[in-house]
Design a protein around this ligand. Sequence first.
Ligand code: HEC
Length: 189
Amino acid sequence: MTILKLTAGAALASIIAVTALAHGGATGIVKERMDGMSALKNSMKTLTPMMQGKTPYDADVVRREAEQIGRHAGDSMTRLFPDGSGGKPSEAKPEIWSDWDEFSELAEQLHTYSQGLELAAENGLMVAGAGQGASMMGSESMMGGGSMMGAGMMDGSPDQAQMSDMPADAVFMMLSQTCSSCHTRFRSE
Ligand code: HEC
């Protein structure tokens, strides 16, 4: 009986510990930015399967999530990284503050792509969802543009006008690459 109680107690304690450690026990502005990042992750969780054609495409949802991402990007993101806010439990690397221009540019890029995704939402997917896909693939209007396909592959980022002509998943790909580039460069694992 005592053992049982102890076991239950230990299990409960570990549940509490896990909950508290969700953000490594962060508080204040560090917790705030982790919450912002978690919101981004949630948006990506909705968008990723949709962009892969695994869940039905819904332009309204894409616009809503893109807007949500935009709300946590750019200045809204960088203002949560004040000087000296690194160190445990944060995973923010010191390079953020020594290479601030590069860091804030990536945050701004995320903002630009989120706006681009809002604009591109109505264009749907490059390979339009299973079923209507076949005819779309060969269509001149989809692939013939040249500029559309090339836009994302160039060194420079496409501008708003270019993105509004791109398939939503092409813009989404660039957006998600921005998450990874910044994490590779500025977040320790
Ligand atoms: C400009 C740089 C930058 C961009 C862009 C960026 N992140 Fe982050 N992200 C960070 C940094 C730095 C941390 C570590 C923050 C800390 O621990 O203080 C982080 C942490 C996270 C975390 C962990 C949060 C936690 O609870 O510890 C998640 C999840 C995350 N980012 C998701 C995303 C997603 C999804 C995107 C793109 C939609 C994204 N991030 C874009 C820099 C960025």
